[in-house]
Design a protein around this ligand. Structure first.
Ligand SMILES: [Zn+2]
Length: 213
């Protein structure tokens, strides 16, 4: 596959208007990176790499097409008065850091205290995924998940904890494998009630193995 590289003029053009480049432009950009890394994009093993990378990006960054709030639009009121904590533990996190575009791998724990409504638990995992499949920093990701659940369900409280390893820290830069970053966001009763927060954190801690990266 012989894709033309984008012209210098085109590369220099500020993309404030952010017109989405075509697939072949994206593939040409990957070829440029291959050349820049010092390899030969024409050798057999790399011929299809630009196309593969473009497809992988579609998957890694599919969250931009999702509306996370809409995922929670369908909720259920027939709960027979259930108003205790609902906890979803160890949701696998696969995201990419917005500074280096390398993986952030970890786990997300989500809890909420229903008021009148509950959602299907798979929907909570899909909210995590919709935000994770974007370029992220862990702090923002944590806040976005919590805020989205708060807005959509209006529960008495929301708690989100993320523990993750950042490959920009484990495989480059300071090279510190085994280091994980923890972030949390507590809203409503989780923010006000230290006992509740402790209960959530102990539910989450019991048995969660360290994330691999
Ligand atoms: Zn990074």
């Amino acid at each position: 596959m012989n894709l033309p590289l984008p012209s210098a003029a085109k590369l220099a053009k500020p993309d404030v208007t952010a017109e989405r480049p075509s697939r072949s432009e994206a593939e040409a950009a990957v070829r440029t990176l291959l050349l820049w890394a010092g390899d030969d994009p024409e050798r057999e093993g790399l011929l299809d790499t630009p196309a593969r990378v473009a497809r992988a990006y579609e998957e890694f960054f599919s969250g931009y097409k999702e509306d996370p709030t809409a995922l929670l639009a369908r909720s259920f009121e027939e709960t027979d008065g259930y108003d205790e904590m609902v906890v979803l533990r160890d949701i696998r996190l696969e995201s990419h850091c917005e500074h280096h575009m390398v993986p952030i791998i970890g786990r997300v724990h989500v809890a909420y205290l229903p008021k009148d409504r509950v959602v299907g638990i798979s929907k909570l995992a899909r909210v995590v995924e919709a935000y994770a499949r974007r370029l992220q920093i862990q702090e923002k990701l944590t806040a976005q998940i919590a805020n989205c659940i708060q807005e959509a369900l209006q529960p008495r409280g929301v708690a989100v904890v993320i523990e993750a390893a950042h490959q920009c820290m484990t495989t480059r830069g300071v090279h510190k494998p085994g280091v994980t970053m923890m972030t949390s966001r507590m809203l409503g009763e989780f923010r006000d009630d230290a006992g509740l927060r402790r209960e959530f954190l102990s539910l989450v801690k019991n048995g969660a193995p360290a994330p691999e990266a």
